[in-house]
Design a protein around this ligand. Structure first.
Ligand SMILES: Nc1ncnc2c1ncn2[C@@H]1O[C@H](COP(=O)(O)OP(=O)(O)OP(=O)(O)O)[C@@H](O)[C@H]1O
Length: 243
């Protein structure tokens, strides 16, 4: 059973003063789908994610979550940012439980165990490694039982090995929870490893789209993997006209 919601963005335009960042972007994700977003730096990926989270409003166009127009902060979405954004004055356990009430607090410990950090609940964020901090951020997002998980380069600051471990963890958690997931990444291999579908943003729109039909867990030495990753990378590198 999927817990994920349908996501629909139609004709999204977002300008900051004269600067047009999104120029009529349209996007659909099915309930429980895992979509990765790649694109050059500055192509509007984070802006798009913030709009899906309801942390920002489009200048024109509409976002619908589970068929309902999004008018404020999306109540069923949780976001994980690159730096984790843990509160330094709260220990790990309270960071994960933040915003949860009553019975839901038990889930904080459960999620810490799921990300392998059950024994770190009394530690301060400052003593954790970068990978551990991102695990805590993931646990915090998942403790809120999101039906839409929005990941903005969550593994961008991690070393290569930790990154691969975290990719496996994200895939396992997603397979177990089947929340709809949108992952922004600069790493095309990461996108092809994790996503059901990869989209490319350029010139303020979705400029390319590739379903990933390789069975999970995916191996990078699979012949289709390298072929698809090269095709996507070539598209990312192709210069786009301004929006
Ligand atoms: N609040 C804002 N005010 C003005 N300009 C903004 C604002 N937010 C984003 N921008 C601009 O919009 C453009 C797209 O930014 P955004 O962060 O969405 O891109 P991105 O694709 O996520 O980039 P990166 O991959 O480098 O994180 C950039 O040129 C950025 O400077």
């Amino acid at each position: 059973m999927t817990r994920g919601v349908a996501v629909e963005a139609t004709g999204i335009r977002r300008a900051f003063g004269p600067k047009v960042v999104l120029a009529g972007l349209s996007f659909v994700a099915a309930p429980g789908e895992f979509v990765a977003v790649v694109g050059r730096s500055g192509s509007g990926k984070s802006t798009f994610l913030r709009l899906l989270a309801g942390l920002d409003r489009p200048s024109a166009g509409e976002v619908r979550i589970a068929g309902t127009p999004l008018l404020g902060v999306c109540p069923v979405a949780r976001v994980v940012f690159q730096d984790g954004r843990l509160l330094p004055w709260l220990r790990v356990g309270p960071n994960v439980a933040l915003g949860l009430s009553g019975d839901a607090r038990g889930r904080a410990n459960e999620m810490l165990a799921r990300v392998g950090l059950a024994d770190r609940t009394n530690d301060w964020p400052a003593v954790l490694s970068g990978g551990q901090r991102q695990r805590v951020a993931l646990a915090r997002a998942l403790a809120g039982e999101p039906r839409l998980l929005l990941l903005d380069e969550p593994l961008g600051s991690l070393d290569a090995l930790t990154r691969i471990e975290m990719q496996r963890l994200i895939e396992d958690l997603w397979l177990a929870g089947r929340f709809t997931t949108v992952l922004i990444t600069h790493d095309v291999d990461e996108a092809v490893t994790l996503a059901d579908r990869v989209i490319l943003t350029a010139a303020g729109r979705v400029a390319g789209e590739w379903p990933v039909a390789i069975s999970r867990p995916r191996r990078r030495d699979h012949p289709d993997f390298g072929r698809l990753a090269r095709t996507i990378l070539d598209a990312v590198m192709t210069p786009a006209p301004p929006p």
